[in-house]
Design a protein around this ligand. Structure first.
Ligand SMILES: C[S@@+](CC[C@H](N)C(=O)[O-])C[C@H]1O[C@@H](n2cnc3c(N)ncnc32)[C@H](O)[C@@H]1O
Length: 225
C-alpha cells in the first residue's frame, strides 16, 4: 500500500518533469494513444519519446509495428505539418489477422494534418520485397525518425536494424520499444539487442521501472552519427 503510493508519486514526478521539459502536448498525445487507441505503452515512456520527436520535428517518420495506430498517430502530431509517414505492419498479431486494421488505417489518416501523407504497407518487414517497397515509397527521402516495435525476437530486431537503419539520415533518431528485460516474456529480446548496441551511439533510455509489475517495456532512442 505504502509502496504503491510511493511508486505512484514517483511516476507522477517523472511525468511532471517530462511536461516541464517537453511541454504538455506529448503527455496529452501519449494519454490519447494509450487510452483512446490501445497503444501498448506506458505514459511517461511514450511522453518522453514524443517529447524528443517534437524537438526533432521529423519530416519523414517510419514505424515498424503500427498495431492499432496509436503511436503513429501521436508521432504524426509532433512531426512537421507536411511530414511523410510510413507504416509497416503485417497486422497478424497477436493471433490471426488484425480485423480492425482497415478502420484503424482510416482513423490514422483522419488524425493526420491536412498536408501530411502516409503510405501503409501490410507486409513482413523482413522480406526483401518489403525493403524494396519501403525504398520505393520513400522515393529518395531519408528517414528522420524510425520507431522499431515489430518483431521482438533477437533475430527479428537485428534484422529490422540491419535492413532499415541505412535508410535513416545522419543525425536521425531510431527508437526501440521493450528495451527493458521481462523474464515473463522470453521471446522478447529487444533488451539484449539494446544492451549490445546503445553504447556505440548517443542514446536516451526511458524505463518507467516503478510501473506495477516493474518489468518489461521501456523505450530506447539512439541517434545515428
Ligand atoms: C507490439 S505491436 C506494436 C504496438 C504499437 N507500436 C503500439 O504501441 O501500439 C507489434 C506489431 O508488430 C507487427 N509485427 C510483428 N512482426 C512483424 C514483422 N516481421 N513485420 C511487420 N510487422 C510485424 C505485429 O503485427 C504488431 O502489430
Amino acid at each position: 500500500m505504502v509502496l504503491s503510493a510511493v511508486r505512484r508519486a514517483r511516476q507522477a514526478g517523472r511525468v511532471a518533469a517530462a511536461v516541464g521539459r517537453y511541454g504538455v502536448l506529448p503527455l496529452r498525445l501519449a494519454r490519447e494513444a494509450i487510452t483512446g487507441w490501445g497503444a501498448i505503452q506506458r505514459t511517461w515512456e511514450l511522453t518522453s519519446l514524443l517529447g524528443l520527436a517534437r524537438r526533432q520535428k521529423p519530416g519523414v517518420v517510419m514505424e515498424i509495428g503500427t498495431h492499432r495506430g496509436g503511436t503513429l498517430a501521436a508521432l504524426a502530431r509532433v512531426a512537421r505539418p507536411d511530414a511523410f509517414l510510413l507504416s509497416l505492419d503485417m497486422h497478424t498479431w497477436p493471433m490471426g489477422p488484425e480485423p480492425s486494421w482497415p478502420a484503424d488505417e482510416a482513423r490514422i489518416r483522419a488524425a493526420m494534418l491536412p498536408a501530411q501523407r502516409m503510405v501503409a504497407l501490410r507486409m513482413d518487414s523482413h522480406q526483401a520485397e518489403t525493403k524494396a517497397a519501403v525504398e520505393s515509397a520513400l522515393a529518395g527521402r531519408a528517414v528522420d525518425f524510425l520507431f522499431i516495435d515489430g518483431d521482438h525476437t533477437y533475430g527479428g530486431v537485428c534484422r529490422d536494424w540491419e535492413m532499415y537503419v541505412p535508410l535513416v539520415r545522419s543525425g536521425g533518431l531510431v527508437a526501440f520499444h521493450d528495451i527493458h528485460y521481462n523474464p515473463e516474456d522470453p521471446v522478447s529480446q529487444v533488451d539484449r539487442f539494446w544492451r549490445e548496441t546503445r553504447s556505440r551511439f548517443r542514446h536516451w533510455e526511458f524505463i518507467d521501472q516503478d510501473f506495477p509489475g516493474g518489468q518489461g517495456m521501456g523505450i530506447g532512442v539512439l541517434q545515428i552519427p
